[in-house]
Design a protein around this ligand. Structure first.
Ligand code: G4P
Length: 533
């Protein structure tokens, strides 16, 4: 197939439990992609903490990446866009939102640890959206677990079918390389951090004596046995099944040693989906449509601390985005023009003239955007699938300086528009409830309110377990619920009522009293009736 601007784009995210090797793999992909030239040049989100002129002061202070960045590069005629996600679990919501803007993901697993807590949560989000997944099992140079048991665990715990495309020969100190089950070749390992090409030996099949020659008789016999088991117990790889998010191809390697990364990248660009159609409130938008459309999935504050400007990250969904053209902001019913749209190539930013579906464009914003906003060439529609998830921690925002209440109000609204946290308003007394995934955000908010808005605040703990958006087929029951539970109902950023459940018991008893009510842990739902996760 001849590649065009649409079909040559691969937009994806790399996800992992912290420390599995996401940053290292990102860097190595950029290295193989030619976007950077020396290892260590870009350590994705992690090294930005030491980079100059960076996005947020807070990032430097805490050494935790608050930002989600975008890295694009060209590879074998493909345009690859990596949407990086913060590894820190307190910023999980940020990661969830970034996953709305990708077409597939690479999941990194540490072969010593297997499936970990964040792996489960992130995969849950991928499953919700049927995002295709490729698994990279990393750190084969360490004494990790048996590969069959790792694959079993992936299937069992993540609810996905797996299919190894490469297979490790030994592990840890005895790690000799991988056998590429599809290309039928041996890729021999030598621990060398700067080497880019691998020693590759093509063989006809596993019976080949070349195996014994290169691996020794014991490893060769073991590989033959393993290969037989794989053929017998796994379905053959099927690209459609992968793109339907039914089957996850699995690669083994060692990112720090550049091992297995090139195979991963080569296979990734050929099998991963190009930009996919996306649902809106009105209709499905096909990426091949002529008219431009896109949505904002991330807002980044104060690129320049002297100006209160922000950068809104827009994922192009259809058509061609052009610099200096007027686009329609569907929520505000307003035309906007962007004179300096920015693209990202590894750690460099540059102004662009155009962008295509799958690309992410940075738009300078003076306060027009909220997460989830849609831009079009005039059609009134809004992209779906950018829900808010119920936060985990809820605190009441308390003003500490009555002379600055306007600043506090503006500040908290802008920060929550950016997605730093969620804001719920309790109508009685206009109380402001801030919900986050982790405690760190409260510190971020406090710091930013003070430094950017001059407002002083404190947070008081609240006894809230989950925010539950609700629906009810019976309007009478809905009305009765709303008036009886008024004390526990607050309103989200879109003014939708949300039941702030104090515990599983309160949710259960509400459900028993009002059987027609449906509770949801996300702001956008089809059938995801709230159940204990
Ligand atoms: P993350 O973004 O998923 O949090 O992980 P990151 O890439 O930062 O990797 C976490 C640690 O694991 C790093 O070590 C990194 O060097 C190491 N690592 C990554 N890939 C491999 C691998 O294939 N084999 C081995 N043995 N280690 C690997 P660190 O000591 O925490 O940091 P650093 O000082 O090396 O940067």
């Amino acid at each position: 197939m001849k590649l065009n601007e649409l079909t040559r784009r691969r937009t994806f995210g790399i996800i992992s439990h912290p420390d599995a090797g996401k940053t290292t793999l990102t860097e190595k992909l950029l290295l193989f992609g030619g976007a950077i030239h020396t290892a260590g040049a870009v350590k994705s989100n992690k090294i930005r903490k030491t980079a100059t002129s960076d996005f947020m002061e807070i990032e430097k202070q805490r050494g935790v990446s608050v930002a989600t960045s975008v890295m694009g590069f060209e590879y074998n005629g493909y345009k690859v866009n990596i949407l990086d996600t913060p590894g820190h679990k307190d910023f999980a919501e940020d990661t969830y939102r970034t996953l709305t803007a990708v077409d597939s993901v690479i999941l990194v697993i540490d072969c010593v640890k297997g499936v970990e807590e964040q792996t489960r949560k992130l995969m849950e989000v991928c499953r919700m959206r049927s995002t295709p997944v490729i698994v990279f099992i990393n750190k084969l140079d360490r004494e990790g677990r048996d590969p069959f048991s790792l694959l079993d665990e992936l299937e069992r715990e993540l609810g996905i079918h797996t299919r190894p495309l490469t297979w490790p020969i030994g592990i840890g100190a005895r790690f000799q390389g991988v056998y590429n089950l599809y290309k039928k070749q041996l890729e021999l390992f030598s621990p060398n951090k700067t080497r880019i090409s691998e020693d590759i030996v093509s063989i006809d099949n596993v019976a080949s004596p070349l195996l014994d020659e290169h691996l020794g008789p014991d490893s060769a016999a073991r590989l033959r046995e393993d290969a037989g088991l794989i053929e017998g117990s796994y379905e053959p790889f099927n690209g459609e099944h992968y793109r339907d998010a039914y089957l996850a191809p699995v690669f083994f390697g060692s990112a720090i040693n550049n091992f297995g990364v090139k195979e991963l990248l080569e296979t990734f660009v050929t099998i991963a989906p190009s930009p996919l159609p996306r649902d809106t409130t009105v209709r499905k938008v096909d990426p091949a449509e002529k008219a431009f459309s896109g949505f904002i999935f991330k807002i980044h504050a104060n690129l320049d601390p002297n100006h209160r400007d922000r950068i809104a990250f827009c994922r192009v969904c259809s058509g061609r985005f052009e610099r200096n053209k007027y686009y329609y902001h569907t929520r505000l019913d307003k035309e906007l023009r962007f004179g300096n749209p920015t693209s990202f190539m590894a750690n460099e930013k540059s102004i662009i003239e155009e962008a295509w579906p799958g690309d992410v464009v940075g738009l300078y914003d003076t306060g027009n955007f909220k997460i989830g906003d849609t831009l079009t060439e005039g059609e009134h529609l809004a992209f779906k699938g950018i829900p808010s998830f119920s936060p985990e921690i809820f605190k009441e925002l308390v003003n500490r300086n009555p002379f600055k209440s306007k600043q506090l109000d503006k500040g908290i609204r802008q920060l929550t528009d950016e997605g730093v946290a969620q804001l719920f308003i309790h109508r009685e007394g206009n109380r402001r409830i801030v919900g986050t995934v982790g405690n760190l955000q409260f510190e971020v908010i406090q710091f930013r309110l003070l430094h950017e808005y001059g407002a002083e605040c404190a947070f008081e703990s609240l006894n809230i377990y989950k925010a539950c958006w609700f629906t009810c087929a019976d309007p009478k029951q809905l009305e009765r619920f709303t008036s009886l539970q008024g004390r526990h109902i607050s309103y989200d950023k879109d003014d939708h009522p949300v039941f702030m459940a104090e515990g599983t018991w309160s949710l259960k008893s509400a459900q028993e009293m009002f059987p027609e009510m449906e509770f949801h842990f996300t702001s956008e739902f089809k059938t995801d009736v709230a159940a204990e996760r």
